[in-house]
Design a binder for this molecule. Structure first.
Ligand SMILES: [Zn+2]
Length: 288
């Protein structure tokens, strides 16, 4: 669950579309949406969310009041899936809207995203609040990832974040970095935090067209063994228990990439933390 105290005081006083919003101030949903707004602002400030770049989805089923759960949909939309979703039927998600800017999500999350419910057929969804804002074009990828995590017993995974971290995308333009584990080992060796905060490393997905089933399938394959997945020449995607956790993982990897690139700019190859020292962190922090 989102740590309320970490986000209080950082938000604009008024960012909901109307007094009739599903997102009532001080409700559980309110704090979830506040955290989403905060992360959207971070993504923009970092320069990782040009125009409408990036998207977010967070499972909010536990935060939706019963009166809203039973509401008739504002709109029902078919999903272009090859197989129906199975595990997340009836679940509710906040999803950022298609063609919406992260900097706008940061100040008005309910005016730039929607609450959706996965329909019983597993092949469509209802938009239930606040307005008919069509979800991100990556919705299929997001829902398939939530379905995958839930069906694999990782019930605590509630958030998916996709963004375009400049330094990680830059590294993905080097074919050497795309070889198995090369980028993970490099980024782990820049600062000890990366080994601890991203213990399963970064999975690589070779270039696929955005918004396609192929990209979703390749991402799910990599998620099985990694914390964050890098899409070659595009961006990265993280899953986590809440939206802040997904940001922290990407932010930590980006920090390591910055250090590596700064060393290269200064004219030397960084030595990196020795492998036995990295191994020592596994024991020290009980990483598995
Ligand atoms: Zn993208």
């Amino acid at each position: 669950m989102v740590d309320i105290h970490s986000i209080e005081g950082n938000l604009p006083e008024k960012f909901f579309v109307s007094g009739a919003s599903v997102c009532m101030p001080c409700s559980e949903l309110y704090y979830q949406v506040c955290a989403i707004a905060e992360v959207a602002g971070f993504l923009w400030q970092r320069g990782w969310a040009e125009r409408n770049g990036g998207n977010i989805s967070v499972c909010v089923t536990d935060c939706i009041s019963s009166s809203y759960k039973d509401r008739n949909p504002l709109k029902t939309v078919a999903l272009p899936l090859t197989h129906p979703l199975t595990t997340i039927i009836g679940e509710y998600y906040y999803v950022t809207g298609t063609n919406r800017r992260m900097r706008d999500v940061a100040v008005n999350p309910m005016g730039n995203g929607a609450i959706i419910r996965v329909c019983k057929d597993g092949k469509s969804y209802d938009i239930i609040a606040d307005e008919v804002i069509m979800p991100t074009s990556e919705l299929v990828s997001h829902l398939e990832m939530h379905d995958f995590e839930q069906s694999n017993g990782r019930k605590q995974i509630k958030a998916v974040c996709h963004t375009h971290p400049t330094q990680l995308v830059a590294l993905s333009h080097n074919p050497e970095m795309l070889k198995p584990d090369v980028m993970t080992r490099l980024l782990w060796s820049m600062i000890p935090e990366t080994r601890v905060i991203v213990p399963h490393g970064i999975g690589i997905v070779p270039y696929r067209q955005p918004g396609t089933i192929e990209l979703a399938a390749a991402t799910i394959e990599q998620l099985a063994g990694h914390d964050v997945v890098l899409w070659e020449k595009h961006g990265c995607l993280a899953v986590g228990e809440d939206i802040l956790e997904t940001f922290d993982a990407i932010d930590t990897l980006a920090k390591s990439a910055d250090i590596y690139l700064d060393c290269c700019t200064a004219g030397f190859k960084p030595q990196g933390i020795a492998p036995d020292m990295l191994e020592g962190l596994v024991e020290l922090f009980h990483l598995n």
